[in-house]
Ligand binder design. Structure first.
Ligand SMILES: Nc1ncnc2c1ncn2[C@@H]1O[C@H](COP(=O)(O)OP(=O)(O)OP(=O)(O)O)[C@@H](O)[C@H]1O
Ligand SMILES: [Mg+2]
Length: 392
């Protein structure tokens, strides 16, 4: 039995696991870590491979050394172990697992892999996925943002219609023996409304779906496995903002290999980890960084949608909604060409807050843009899509 474990930090210690009910084994995937629940259920055995050692802060130990050291600590903040940590051999320790905190118990319940959770235990709504002692934990969250305005852009309409059609066509997918899943990638310059659009979609469907924001690139997608059974008979909407953050290999620490989320993302989108009844909404400012096998392959991302800078129609709609009638002249529309919606918003805020004429504010924003070009751009390699296209 090759048990493996490495400390990361309090919140991540032993966090990523899958439960194999047949063997009552909890397996940690992709991370070369394995935790096994001992027969009385309270004990876990933890070991490191021969060539690795336990680590605490910067110190490195064998199991026995570690236990001695750990027992001598005044404040034992590691996994809430108090006294029951026993070395088995040079590479293995067993420890009593305290799950007496209410919060932990709840999380244990949520994880369907353990005794408690049943279908329907997790209400529809919006959740943030976080690492915890118990694997991936879903914490309810709400979204705070400006009021959504339907900006009448074709792309938006098309996207909303696509999603509506997808969601209502579960039966058709089933009839074709296809997994009911769809992946959509929104890309475009900063401030063009991608996040607003996604949040609008979420607001629309949150009463009939589990929406899960995957915010940390250290969440292992395959560890959603535990939720798959529980959630996938209803619609799950996954949101990954700035997906390129997930594509850069991570160095966890000096003793573990680089972690590359890419293989996980591939099997999640179109492989053994794929879900049924799933919609994935992802965004990026950096489409050029996304590998071809992720995008040039429907059924991973079925559609790739560019969210452009607002055209005249969209600018008019936005400005007329936010500013007073009469302020939105043709000159204003012309001079705001190339601005993102975020820029338009800032312009409106300045006009309203300081009672300034619209054209004066536009002039100030142009000056600021010129200043950014002069002082920030030469050194700034992270300019993203459409850099230099503002205020053209
Ligand atoms: N449809 C909309 N209705 C109202 N406001 C909007 C809309 N779209 C964008 N905005 C405004 O523009 C701002 C920026 O939009 P958003 O955050 O969605 O851009 P983004 O494309 O996600 O940017 P980034 O790529 O930098 O994440 C929002 O905070 C909001 O004020
Ligand atoms: Mg955004």
């Amino acid at each position: 039995m090759a048990l493996q474990w490495r400390r990361r930090d309090r919140d991540r210690g032993g966090a990523e696991f899958n439960h194999d009910a047949a063997n009552d084994e909890v397996q940690v995937r992709k991370t070369a870590k394995k935790i096994v629940k001992m027969p009385d259920g309270n004990w876990i055995a933890i070991s490191v491979p021969d060539n690795r050692r336990f680590q605490y802060d910067t110190k490195v130990f064998t199991a026995r050394e570690f236990v001695d050291f750990y027992s001598s600590l005044e404040r034992r903040d590691w996994l809430d172990w108090s006294q029951d940590v026993i070395p088995i051999d040079g590479n293995t320790i067993i420890a009593r697992w305290y799950a007496d905190e209410e919060e932990d118990a709840k999380n244990l319940q949520r994880l369907g892999s353990h005794d408690g959770a049943k279908r329907g235990d997790i209400p529809f709504g919006i959740y943030k996925a976080e690492n915890s002692h118990w694997g991936v934990k879903l914490s309810p969250m709400s979204i705070n943002q400006d009021k959504y305005i339907d900006l009448l852009s074709e792309t938006t309409r098309d996207l909303l219609a696509d999603i509506e059609a997808f969601i209502s066509s579960n039966d058709k997918f089933k009839a074709l023996n296809l997994l009911h899943k769809r992946g959509l990638l929104l890309y475009g310059s900063p401030g063009t409304g991608k996040t607003m659009l996604i949040n609008h979609i979420i607001e629309r469907y949150k009463h009939m779906a589990h929406v899960i924001f995957i915010e940390s690139d250290e969440i292992f997608i395959s560890n959603f496995h535990d939720y798959k059974e529980i959630l996938q008979d209803k619609l799950t909407i996954f949101v990954i903002e700035e997906i390129t953050n997930f594509l850069q290999p991570k160095v966890f620490d000096e003793m573990l290999p680089h972690f590359d989320a890419m293989p996980q993302i591939l099997t999640f989108l179109d492989g053994q980890d794929s879900w049924d009844n799933m919609l994935l909404l992802a965004t990026t400012n950096y489409p050029e960084r996304i590998p071809m096998n992720l995008i040039d392959r429907p059924s991973r991302f079925d559609r790739i949608i560019r969210i452009d800078q607002p055209d005249e129609l969209v600018r008019r709609k936005y400005l007329e909604t936010v500013l007073d009638n009469g302020m939105v002249t043709q000159e204003v529309l012309d001079k705001t060409k190339g601005m993102s919606i975020a820029h338009l918003k800032e312009m409106c805020v300045q006009v309203k807050m300081q009672n300034k004429p619209v054209l004066d504010v536009i002039k100030e924003m142009e000056d600021r843009k010129a200043e950014i070009g002069r002082f920030f751009m030469p050194n700034n390699k992270e300019t993203g899509v459409g850099s230099g296209t503002l205020f053209t």
